[in-house]
Design a protein around this ligand. Structure first.
Ligand SMILES: Cc1cc2nc3c(=O)[nH]c(=O)nc-3n(C[C@H](O)[C@H](O)[C@H](O)COP(=O)(O)O)c2cc1C
Length: 377
């Protein structure tokens, strides 16, 4: 039964070929960073108030000049359209219909222009190399496509060590081996429901890593295409601020000083994130430094992600200073299982939990959520 977000993972494990499930669920090296995301959330207990009159409560939240129906959005996830049929647009539409933010990954397989058509409020997340001409060209394309919010993910200066991918037979570019074919063959529902219809439209390419179409997912070129990300610096972010007239958000920040730096540079928001534990292993859960980050952020928008699975998790993050959270893996699992309808179901589950928990806390709106509802265990 799919009753809460954690229920989507075992169901997706049964649906997806092992290497693909491993890519989504996996983390870097020992998995300590991913575990810390949960541990940091579980370290807090809630202190409810009674007899507060909680009828007519609302979980709507304002962020960067827009009102969303709940304080969560869909995190950018690369290769979504390989896991779920038309995955990028499915998630974009589900978020749009629910009145929530959706962030299109820079490692996605659907043209950004087509995703923007599916959801005019979608945000675009760029992976940029420290190369000025490529930065200019990709920003020009995102502007032309009509995006209002640009996210730069900055925690991928070098390629992470995801041993689990190698063990499970997943790589970028995807290497077609007898084992991969076997792993695919024993998951006929995914092959017939996702893979065949996807291939029927042509070999998937990295569509949005540059101003021009990138390499196909099985090409050796695929890795090189991502360019010199280890050159990326604050000067490039300043350049982006000059070039981008819309909202600019920096994602993958952990250190509070970096939050202050992003704000001084004119960013509109920051996503505190250890990339779901997928980049630097043992990176601290951003939740643990949220109050310091809030102090640095001032009135700049502050988002956080990693391990958020329950309404109570969302409320804890807000109580510690976040304006909004992003949710990754469970929503992609939902899309793999049943497209937009299932993604919408997962969204509704989380929204309902937040609404219920707010009432049980004795609160009527998210503006009443503060550190006084938390107790550290
Ligand atoms: C399959 C997968 C692909 C991801 N791809 C990207 C990406 O392209 N860009 C990015 O900024 N973050 C990416 N992330 C990180 C997510 O945006 C987010 O930070 C993380 O998944 C949140 O943790 P959660 O999955 O525990 O909710 C990816 C995460 C997953 C699981």
């Amino acid at each position: 039964m799919l009753l809460t977000l954690d229920d989507f993972e075992p169901a997706a494990r049964r649906r997806l070929p092992r290497p693909l499930f491993g890519y989504v669920s996996g983390a870097a090296e020992t998995g300590a960073a991913r575990q810390d995301n949960r541990a940091a959330l579980d370290a807090w207990r809630l202190v409810p108030k009674v007899l507060a009159g909680v009828e007519g409560r609302s979980v709507a939240q304002n962020l960067m000049g827009k009102t969303y129906t709940a304080p969560f959005g869909i995190a950018p996830m690369g290769l979504s359209a390989l896991m779920a049929r038309d995955g990028d647009r499915v998630l974009a539409r589900a978020a749009g219909a629910a009145g929530l933010p959706f962030v299109l990954s820079g490692s996605s397989l659907t043209r950004m222009e087509d995703v923007r058509d599916a959801n005019p409020d979608a945000w675009f997340q760029a992976y940029l190399p420290g190369e000025e001409d490529r930065i200019r060209a990709l920003i020009a394309r995102a502007r032309e496509a009509g995006f209002g919010t640009l996210v730069l993910t900055a925690d991928t200066a070098v390629v992470a060590n995801r041993e689990n991918n190698l063990r499970a037979g997943f790589s970028t570019p995807l290497r077609v081996t007898p084992r991969l074919l076997w792993d695919f063959a024993i998951k006929p529902r995914w092959v017939l429901g996702t893979f065949v219809p996807t291939l029927a439209r042509g070999m998937p390419h990295f569509e949005n890593s540059d101003a021009i179409r990138g390499a196909p997912i099985i090409s050796k070129q695929a890795m090189r295409d991502f360019g010199r990300k280890d050159h990326l610096s604050w000067d490039h972010l300043a350049l982006m601020r000059d070039l981008w007239p819309g909202k600019l958000v920096l994602k993958g920040v952990i250190a509070p000083d970096d939050v202050g730096r992003a704000r001084a540079l004119g960013c509109d928001g920051v996503v505190l994130s250890n990339h779901g534990g997928r980049q630097l292993d043992h990176a601290i859960s951003p939740l643990r430094i949220l109050p310091e980050a809030r102090a640095q952020a001032g009135d700049m928008a502050l988002l956080v992600d990693g391990g958020i699975r329950r309404g109570t998790d969302v409320i804890k993050a807000l109580a510690l200073g976040a304006d909004m959270v992003l949710v990754g893996r469970p929503l992609l699992y939902a899309a793999t299982l049943g497209g937009q309808e299932m993604a919408t179901r997962a969204i509704d589950i989380l929204k309902t939990e937040i609404h219920r928990n707010l009432g049980l806390l004795g609160l009527r709106s998210l503006s009443e959520v503060g550190p006084d509802i938390l107790h550290r265990v």
